[in-house]
Write a protein of this length. Structure first.
Lengths: 108, 117
């Protein structure tokens, strides 16, 4: 089973600044990587799939990069609604399907 | 676009049975797989299993194999998650989500299950 590890566990950033979140896979998942945002009290929402493609309706300030085992989610200029928990997920040879443990993005 | 509507919150006693549902609708819904995810209070997302309603092909996460049953009704494109004997440790939010084979494009609103004596 592929293990997904996100870093850091918590990231404190000021509004308007850039946030960079990382996700590492224990073995190559090619570009079969998605990012999800979960706001408090809400269901997760797909942000990025294929490692770098924004899902429908996702603002351009969200971008994804990477392939193989190292991936990054960048939020270029943080808005108040962006403070949430972010999960990466691999879907390389599913099932099984694994998520990272999540990164909590909080206001500095 | 596919929409998912989950059944409402449940409060049960240990040992009781429960079946919650996830109804899918929208364009090409028959081509999608439906997955179930557990989120315990204050914790992350855990994949439980996945089903293809078209032929009820089902795969479970090893962590949940034998603990729950996933089923579907093709005619109404609805997936179910069932317990035969709930434990307090089953208290969690349960989400369904759909995939056509890659990322999970749409999620249900979640069903909160509380198991308490």
């Amino acid at each position: 089973e592929i293990v997904m590890t996100q870093s850091p566990d918590t990231l404190s950033v000021s509004p308007g600044e850039r946030a960079t979140l990382s996700c590492r896979a224990s073995q190559s998942v090619s570009s079969n990587l998605a990012w999800y945002q979960q706001r408090p009290g809400q269901a997760p929402r797909l942000l990025i799939y294929g490692a770098s493609t924004r899902a429908t309706g996702i603002p351009a300030r969200f971008s994804g990069s990477g392939s193989g085992t190292e991936f990054t989610l960048t939020i270029s200029s943080l808005q108040s609604e962006d403070f949430a928990v972010y999960y990466c997920q691999e879907y390389h040879n599913w099932p099984p399907i694994t998520f990272g443990q999540g990164t909590r993005l909080e206001i500095k | 676009e596919v929409q998912l509507v989950q059944s409402g919150a449940e409060v049960k006693k240990p040992g009781e049975s429960l079946k919650i549902s996830c109804a899918a609708s929208g364009h090409s819904v028959s081509a999608y797989w439906i997955a179930w995810v557990r989120q315990m209070p204050g914790k992350g997302l855990e994949w439980m299993g996945i089903i293809y309603p078209g032929d009820s092909t089902t795969t479970y996460s090893p962590s949940f194999q034998g603990q729950v049953t996933i089923s579907a009704d093709k005619s109404i494109t609805t997936a179910y998650l069932q317990w035969s004997g709930l434990k307090s440790s089953d208290s969690a939010m349960y989400y369904c989500a759909v995939t056509a084979g890659s990322a999970w494009v749409t999620w249900g609103q979640g069903t909160l299950v509380t198991v308490s004596s």
